[in-house]
Design a protein around this ligand. Structure first.
Ligand SMILES: Cc1cc2nc3c(=O)[nH]c(=O)nc-3n(C[C@H](O)[C@H](O)[C@H](O)COP(=O)(O)OP(=O)(O)OC[C@H]3O[C@@H](n4cnc5c(N)ncnc54)[C@H](O)[C@@H]3O)c2cc1C
Length: 447
C-alpha cells in the first residue's frame, strides 16, 4: 500500500490544479483518474475563461498557436428576447479546448512532482480506527488498490464520487444534486451560411438562458442553452428562443451535451482529513454554471490551508476550517447573493417586461460593465431608477414583478450578510446552517 500526503480523486482542471499547488510545495501527491490520459477533459470541447482570471489565479494563459487556444473575443452583448435593444459589455474572454487545457494542467502537476494514475477508478474511502478518512480504495487494471493519505480531496466532478459516500454527520453534506440543481447544457456547433454573420462577439438572451458565441472555426459559432430539469426541457426552451430571436442562417456541425451544478455549494467544504472542490463541491458560478476558474479560486485558498496543515501536522477540520471561512465570506457570499437575485428576477419577469427592461435603459451598457469591475456613472443609476419608476407608473412592470424583484433584493442582501458572518471556527456552524437553510427556502429555485 502506498502512502501520500494528499490523494486527489479526479484529474480534471480542479484536481490537476490542486495537485500542482501541493506538489510544488514539496508534499507527496497522488491523483487517481478513471479515464485514460487521451480521454482527459473530453466531456465537451470549448470552454471560456475571462482574460482577467489568468493573472488573478496564476493559471496558464494559452495564446494563438498553442494546442489549447481556440479563439478570443471581448464584446459580449446581453439582449432582449426580440434582439432589438442589445447592451454591450466589454470583457476580454479566451475560448479554449477543454481536452488540451486539461492535459496542460495535468502536465504542470506532473512537472511539479505529483503522480497521476490514469484508468484508476475510485471505489470507496477508507477510515482509521477513530473513524476519520484515511485514504482511498480504487481499481486499476482490474486490481483493487489502496492509497493512504493525510488528506483526501474529492475533485471527481458533478457526481462527487467521494463526497456523496461520506457518512451522514461527517462534516460535509453528502447530497447528490437533483434535476433542479443543475444546468443541462446543449451546445450546437454550427457553420454560418453568410459571411456578414461571422461573429466577433457573443450575445446572451437571459430569458432563454441561451447564447451565441464564436468558436474555433472563424466561420462558425456555438449556439448554447442551459436549463434546469432535463435536456428535453432545455430543448423546448431552445425551440421557444428560435421563435423570437433572429438567429443567423446556419448548418449544424455537431451537438454536445453536458451537465453543470447550479446549486449552492455544501456549507462546509472541509472535514477531518477531507476536502471537496470543483463540480464535486458545486463551486460553479451562480449566474451561468461555469466552474473552472471559480473552483480554482477556492483551491488557491485550500492549497495554502493544506500546506499549513501538513506543516503543523494537524489535518483536522479545525485546521482546515480557514478554507470555509475565507471562501464563504468572499466568492461564496457573492455567488449566494447573485443566485438570490437571479432566481427572483428570472422567475418573475415576463417576456414583455424583459423587452421593457432593455428598451427603457433599466439595463444599460454601463450597468453591465460594472459587473466586470468598471465603476457605474451616477447618471446610469439614475436612468435605471427612472426607468423602473416609470415602468411601474406606466404598468410596463406589473405589481407582482415589483414585489418579486424587491423580495429578491431583500433575499440577496440577507444571504450576503449571512455568508459574511460565516463562523471563524466550527463552533456555531450548526446555528449558521439553520439560518442559511431558512433564507435559501425563501430564495427558492430557478424555474
Ligand atoms: C457544456 C458545458 C459547457 C461549460 N462551459 C464552461 C465554460 O465556458 N467555462 C467554465 O469555466 N466552465 C464551463 N463549464 C463548467 C466546467 O466544465 C466545470 O465546472 C469544470 O470542468 C469542473 O472541473 P472539475 O475538475 O471540478 O470536474 P471535471 O472536469 O468533471 O473532472 C472530474 C474528473 O474526475 C474524474 N472522475 C470522476 N469519477 C471518478 C472516479 N470514480 N474515480 C476517478 N476519477 C473520477 C473524471 O473522469 C474527470 O476527469 C461548462 C460545463 C458544461 C457541461
Amino acid at each position: 500500500m502506498k502512502k501520500y500526503d494528499l490523494v486527489i480523486i479526479g484529474a480534471g482542471t480542479s484536481g490537476a490544479y490542486l495537485a500542482r499547488e501541493i506538489a510544488k510545495r514539496g508534499h507527496s501527491v497522488l491523483v487517481i483518474e478513471k479515464n485514460s490520459r487521451d480521454k482527459a477533459g473530453t466531456k465537451y470541447d470549448i470552454f471560456h475563461i475571462e482574460e482577467r482570471e489568468f493573472a488573478r489565479l496564476g493559471i496558464p494563459r494559452p495564446v494563438e498557436g498553442d494546442a489549447a487556444w481556440a479563439f478570443e473575443f471581448e464584446k459580449n452583448y446581453n439582449s432582449d428576447p426580440l434582439c432589438l435593444y442589445p447592451k454591450l459589455q466589454i470583457n476580454p474572454t479566451v475560448g479554449l479546448h477543454l481536452h488540451e487545457y486539461t492535459l496542460l494542467m495535468n502536465d504542470l502537476a506532473l512537472e511539479a512532482g505529483a503522480e497521476i494514475e490514469y484508468e484508476a477508478e475510485f471505489v470507496s474511502l477508507t477510515f482509521d480506527k477513530a473513524g476519520r478518512v484515511s485514504g482511498v480504495k480504487y481499481i486499476q487494471g482490474g486490481e483493487e488498490k489502496t492509497a493512504r493519505a493525510r488528506i483526501t480531496a474529492d475533485c471527481s466532478g458533478i457526481n462527487a464520487a467521494a463526497r456523496t459516500s461520506l457518512p451522514d454527520g461527517y462534516g460535509i453534506e453528502n447530497f447528490t444534486p437533483g434535476d433542479d440543481d443543475m444546468f443541462y447544457v446543449i451546445l450546437r456547433y454550427v457553420r454560418l451560411k453568410n459571411k456578414e454573420d461571422y461573429l466577433d462577439s457573443s450575445t446572451f438572451w437571459a430569458p432563454y438562458k441561451s447564447w451565441i458565441a464564436p468558436c474555433a472555426d472563424p466561420g462558425g459559432a456555438i449556439i448554447g442553452i442551459g436549463a434546469c430539469h432535463s435536456f428535453e426541457y432545455a430543448q423546448s426552451v431552445y425551440a421557444e428562443m428560435e421563435k423570437t430571436v433572429p438567429l443567423p442562417e446556419y448548418e449544424l456541425v455537431k451537438v454536445e451535451m453536458g451537465r453543470t451544478p447550479f446549486t449552492r455549494s455544501p456549507y462546509s467544504l472541509v472535514a477531518d482529513n477531507f476536502i471537496v472542490s470543483g463540480d464535486a463541491g458545486c463551486l460553479t458560478k451562480s449566474v451561468n454554471g461555469e466552474g473552472v476558474t471559480s473552483s480554482i479560486y477556492m483551491l488557491k485558498i485550500a492549497a495554502a490551508a493544506i500546506d499549513r496543515a501538513f506543516k503543523t501536522g494537524d489535518t483536522s477540520k479545525y485546521a482546515l476550517w480557514r478554507v470555509n471561512r475565507e471562501y464563504n465570506t468572499t466568492q461564496g457570499a457573492e455567488f449566494a447573493m447573485l443566485r438570490a437575485m437571479l432566481v427572483g428576477v428570472i422567475n418573475a419577469v415576463s417576456f414583455e417586461e424583459f423587452e421593457y427592461v432593455f428598451k427603457s435603459g433599466l439595463i444599460s451598457d454601463e450597468l453591465l460593465n460594472a459587473l466586470t469591475g468598471a465603476s457605474v456613472p451616477p447618471k446610469a443609476l439614475l436612468k435605471a431608477f427612472g426607468a423602473f419608476v416609470s415602468g411601474i407608473g406606466g404598468k410596463e412592470i406589473s405589481k407582482g414583478t415589483v414585489k418579486a424583484a424587491l423580495g429578491a433584493v431583500k433575499n440577496a442582501a440577507r444571504i450576503l450578510v449571512h455568508y459574511k458572518k460565516f463562523p471563524e471556527t466550527p463552533d456555531g456552524f450548526e446555528e449558521w446552517c439553520a439560518v442559511a437553510d431558512r433564507i435559501y427556502e425563501r430564495i427558492g429555485k430557478i424555474k
